[in-house]
Each structure stands twice: as structure tokens, then as C-alpha cells.
Design a protein. Structure first.
Length: 413
């Protein structure tokens, strides 16, 4: 096991034993191999730096590198933004530990050496975010490498495997060149991602949102506090913001768009699909602390005479999302609210059983102008998971979910 701090600054000699220079940087080239040290940058004082490829390195030891060729075979250095620089891009940088679901700072990088065709390949195995790496950085150049090793061996280790590391790269062009995968981030729970985003800078926050697909970005933004939600969306391109808003629940999208500057709000709405924009605009008419302002318009509405089998087929055909399936809303022949059926009852019913036989009692609903405190009381009294919202003619137009109630109560604490 080697450490980046033991290789950086190392004296480098060619195959004949002639001094070439010192290692100034190490590069990973993601297009070639995601964890291999593909290039060593060798400084030569006043001369232009040169680069040694992985297949030109004979051996590596703390403070010393030996090449398998002479200096004339090495290339002059030409900067390449597609290369990941260990010292510049990793050491002292904040990264996301996708396994531990947190932001940490890199103190050192651990390397393994592999012999291949008479050469030595260095591979990045893990990053050191603990005290041993910090001590190595502090004592680098002041204490011999072996002395540092003896000292740091007594300290508690704290490392992250390279496979769990996700870099935070604010520059979108560089992020594309490095092909930094967002797969690891997308696998995190949106609430964990939101916690991570609250710990980092605005530029890094935008970098994460830009790397996510619209659905994951929408779920993550919904978990942020309102101040950060507004900051993130304000900096997005209107078309990108509109795509994300379309993936959010209409009530959450309406609340967020209302928090934007009027001109920004108009641009985002103009870029949204007609149906989604219409739903959001409808919700924006209601006061924030009313039932209309709390509800989502994404509900499943069926006739009270429908059978359980017909309703299940309807849900499958329309690919209803899980968020809409707390309760099935029933209407009568006049399209007025006739009741609600909890999904648990739907699952246990016979295929030919009528929905009217499965209704939850008592029949509960609120108008759009009902105040939030009245809504909270109903949820508490009847232990509800959702509550139907009706218009002036008692037709169901939306529902308030228990998630919305909990989120609003927590905001007020």
C-alpha cells in the first residue's frame, strides 16, 4: 500500500539510473481506466514538465520512482481537462461518501501497486478522510516516509473505498469531460441527498442537481428547506426548471413556483407542458394555509358502481404512481363525492365487489377555503392518510396527504 503523499514529490530516475525530476502530479484518465494512475507529471525545474505513462513505470516506493525507459521516450506535458488530477481534484477537496451518505474532505489517497509486463501500475483503492492522512500531509517533507508510517500506524483509520466516492465538480464542461457518473447519487434516498446538499456550497449544490435526472432532482429538491429550494431553482435554466417541476407533485411545484421572482415564475410556467402548467396555476389561486393550497390534484377517481377488478385494471393501465394510492376517491352519477376507499381494503376485496361496499366511514371532505388548523384536526381525529378536497358543487378536485400535513407541521416547529 502506497499513499499519494508518498509519491507526490518523489525523486524520479530513468532506466539508466539518471535523475529525471520530481513527481508534481498524478492523473487518472477515466476514459481509459476509472481507478488507474495513468500518468505521472514530472517537473524538471525551469524546463517544461514531462509525462510518464503507466506502462513506463518500473517501480514505485515512498519518495522514489524508477522508470522502465529513458527520459527521451517521455512526452512533454499538454494539459487535458479530461484527466482527473489527484492533488488538484482530490486532496483537500470535498467529496460525497455515497455509502455513508455524507460530505467529507480528502486528506490522502491510498494506492495499490500491480506488476504487469515488467512495469508497475498504481491503482486508487480508497481515500483517506481520517487522522492518518492528515498527519501524513502535515509531516510531508519534514519527516522521512518510514517515520511517518510508524507514527500514523498507531492512529485510527477512516477511509472510503473508491467505488463509494462521488466527486463534486461545479464546472459542467469539466464534469462532462470526466464523465462523472451520477448513478451512485441517484441511488441515495432523496432525503439523504438533500442533507448532503445543505452542507456544500451553492455551486456544488447546482452541480449535483445538474447531474441528476429530472425525477430524482424533483424528489431531492422537495426535501430541501424552502430557502434552498428557491435558491436552486432560481439558478436553473428555465427549461430545466420546468422539466423538474413537471416531475414534482402539483402542490409542491405550485408552492415552489410561487416563491420565485414573478418574472422567473412566468418563464418556468411558460416552459412547462400545458397540462402540468394548468394544474399548477390552478393551485396557485389558493392561499398557502388553506386546503386548496395544501392539496395535490393527482388523485384516482372512479365511479362508486365500479368493481374492484375494474379499478385495479384502471390503475394498471394508467400506471398510477404510488403517491396517488393512499385512497381511491369515489363519485356518484352526478360526479359528486360518494366516499373514499383505502388501498388496504381494495387489496383484500374480491374482484367483483363494488367499490361502494368498501367505503371508509364517515364520509369526510373539506372545501378549498378550509384553514390548515381545521385540516390538522381532521387528520388527528380520524387518523387519516389522506383527505379529499371538494369544490362548491361537492365534486372532488384534489386530496391532502399525511406527508403534506407532517411537512407543514415540522416547518412550523
Amino acid at each position: 500500500m502506497l499513499h499519494a503523499t508518498e509519491v507526490l514529490g518523489a525523486e524520479t530516475y530513468d532506466s539508466a539510473g539518471n535523475f529525471v525530476g520530481r513527481v508534481k502530479e498524478m492523473f487518472v484518465v477515466p476514459d481509459e481506466q476509472p481507478n488507474r494512475i495513468s500518468r505521472l507529471l514530472i517537473g524538471r525545474g525551469q524546463y517544461r514538465p514531462i509525462v510518464a505513462r503507466y506502462d513506463q513505470i518500473a517501480s514505485v516506493a515512498p519518495g522514489r520512482v524508477k522508470l522502465s525507459t529513458d527520459e527521451s521516450a517521455l512526452e512533454l506535458y499538454n494539459p487535458n481537462e479530461g484527466w482527473l488530477a489527484v492533488q488538484k481534484d482530490l486532496l483537500d477537496q470535498q467529496i460525497i461518501d455515497t455509502n455513508g451518505r455524507k460530505v467529507v474532505r480528502v486528506n490522502d489517497v491510498d494506492l495499490s501497486d500491480h506488476r504487469s509486463n515488467g512495469n508497475t501500475e498504481l491503482r486508487v483503492t480508497q481515500v483517506d478522510v481520517g487522522l492518518p492522512g492528515a498527519v501524513r500531509r502535515l509531516l510531508q517533507g519534514l519527516v522521512p516516509p518510514m517515520g511517518i508510517r510508524r507514527l500514523q500506524s498507531k492512529l485510527p483509520k477512516r477511509t472510503i473505498l473508491w467505488e463509494f466516492v462521488n466527486l463534486i465538480e461545479p464546472d459542467p464542461l469539466r464534469r462532462v469531460k470526466l464523465r462523472m457518473s451520477s448513478d451512485k447519487l441517484a441511488q441515495l434516498h432523496p432525503a439523504d441527498l438533500a442533507d448532503i446538499m445543505e452542507e456544500i456550497s451553492p455551486a456544488e449544490r447546482q452541480a449535483i442537481i445538474d447531474s441528476l435526472d429530472e425525477e430524482t432532482a424533483a424528489e431531492t429538491i422537495a426535501e430541501l428547506d424552502k430557502r434552498l429550494q428557491t435558491q436552486v431553482v432560481e439558478k436553473l435554466d428555465p427549461e430545466k426548471a420546468a422539466d423538474i417541476m413537471e416531475e414534482m407533485n402539483p402542490d409542491a411545484a405550485a408552492d415552489l413556483i410561487q416563491s420565485l421572482e414573478p418574472e422567473r415564475s412566468r418563464k418556468v410556467l411558460d416552459k412547462m407542458e400545458d397540462r402540468e402548467a394548468r394544474d399548477v396555476k390552478e393551485l396557485m389561486r389558493f392561499g398557502e394555509n388553506t386546503a386548496g393550497g395544501m392539496m395535490t390534484t393527482e388523485i384516482v377517481v372512479v365511479g362508486e358502481d365500479a368493481t374492484r377488478g375494474e379499478v385495479v385494471d384502471y390503475i394498471r393501465f394508467h400506471e398510477i404512481t404510488l403517491d396517488q394510492l393512499d385512497n381511491i376517491v369515489l363519485i356518484n352519477r352526478e360526479a359528486r363525492l360518494a366516499g373514499t376507499v383505502p388501498v388496504a381494503r381494495l387489496v383484500l376485496a374480491d374482484a367483483d365487489q363494488r367499490m361502494a361496499e368498501l367505503v371508509f366511514e364517515p364520509l369526510l371532505s373539506v372545501g378549498t377555503d378550509a384553514q390548515d388548523k381545521d385540516v390538522y384536526e381532521l387528520f388527528d381525529k380520524y387518523n387519516l392518510r389522506s383527505l379529499t378536497v371538494v369544490n362548491e358543487t361537492k365534486c372532488p378536485i384534489g386530496a391532502i396527504t399525511v406527508d403534506d400535513v407532517v411537512s407543514r407541521l415540522c416547518t412550523k416547529l
